[in-house]
Design a protein around this ligand. Structure first.
Ligand code: 3HC
Length: 301
């Protein structure tokens, strides 16, 4: 793979993605689709193969729908180098982390990235609710650490929240904003507070929808239809929770509840926890509020 040096104009040409779950695979696709060389990293060969399969499925679907030619799909995948282990990230310009939402895990990862990556590299987190500041101070370069919060599905949703901490350098924020524009995304730059803007507003509403199901106030279909047809949203809240993943939603709510001054709106409704414990995680497990034809599919059975 070529490069790894930030161009004289500060252009980011090579990006590392750590963690190839739903979000990481989608983020890698967005970069590669827009001409950026990607090093996609997982910690085991099995996880790497799962990530590669997610990317292949998604790009094949784009070809089948006529959104991408076969040649463009091949070029896109050709821009991605798959690797096990962080040393493969030594030369990239920017790393974006998309590993599970655990502060200890992210802090350890950023300390490792700080040792491995070039001093000029930018380290970005896709965290949806954790403190970017607490992640940044695990490194010796907190001025080059920033949040880059993508939305699910990453190839489709236009927003990236850019999280600027009190230590993030202005030039780093500018470079990440420029990168978002190159990806065809709209960057909204926000300070480091629990849930940033979108999740801070969205998750109280999603939690309330689960409370309505739990209390028997309305059925899942009625709740979803009310918000889709009455408020013009593309998905009702329970369909959206199945897309996000109930485990992810639970973690986000729990973190926002603890970080955001124990606001009752964000106290996870017991039904949500019970569903996570029972493995009813949404689309990814094949059942959440709805049952899906197969795990990972969006088609309700
Ligand atoms: N990956 C790639 N592309 C996808 C996709 C996926 N997972 N899902 C859908 N698409 C594409 C389709 O291929 C299609 O593209 P085309 O029109 O060019 O063929 C387009 O998106 C529309 O898809 P569909 O026609 O199949 O379905 P919909 O019209 O119902 O759109 C949706 C699907 C884009 C997911 C839409 O329902 C939507 O916008 N839902 C709300 C999603 C949302 O709110 N996301 C934010 C969640 S919160 C979050 O992510 C924060 C995090 O911290 C948890």
């Amino acid at each position: 793979m070529a490069g790894g040096t930030t161009g004289a104009d500060g252009t980011i040409s090579t990006v590392g993605v750590v963690g190839l779950g739903t979000m990481g695979a989608g983020i890698a696709e967005v970069f590669a689709r827009n001409g950026v060389e990607v090093v996609a990293v997982e910690i085991t060969a099995e996880a790497l193969e799962r990530g590669r399969a997610t990317l292949t499925r998604s790009t094949d679907r784009a070809v089948a729908r006529g959104r991408l030619t076969g040649a463009d799909r091949d070029a896109l995948l050709g821009r991605i180098t798959f690797a096990v282990g962080l040393p493969a990230l030594a030369e990239v310009d920017l790393v974006i982390e998309a590993v599970p939402e655990r502060l200890d895990l992210k802090r350890r990862l950023f300390a490792d990235l700080d040792r491995i990556c070039r001093p000029a590299a930018i380290l970005a987190s896709n965290t949806s609710s954790l403190s970017v500041t607490e992640i940044a101070v695990a490194t010796g370069r907190p001025d080059r650490v920033v949040g880059m919060h993508f939305f699910n599905p990453a190839p489709v949703m236009k927003l990236v929240e850019v999280i600027r901490t009190v230590t993030t350098a202005t030039e780093v924020v500018g470079a990440v904003q420029d990168l978002c524009a190159r990806l065809g995304k709209v960057a909204v730059t926000v300070a480091d507070r629990a849930g940033f803007v979108a999740n801070a507003l969205l998750f109280g509403y999603l939690n309330q929808a689960v409370a309505m199901v739990e209390s028997g106030y309305a059925t899942r279909e009625e709740i979803d239809a009310a918000m889709r047809l009455g408020c013009g949203l593309p998905m009702g809240p329970l369909t959206l929770l199945d897309l996000i993943g109930l485990d992810t939603a639970y973690e986000i709510l729990d973190t926002m509840y603890r970080r955001g001054g124990r606001d009752r709106r964000h106290a996870p409704v017991p039904l949500l926890r019970q569903m996570v414990t029972a493995g009813l995680l949404g689309r990814k497990s094949g059942q959440g509020f709805y049952r899906y034809e197969r795990p990972g599919s969006g088609t309700v059975a």
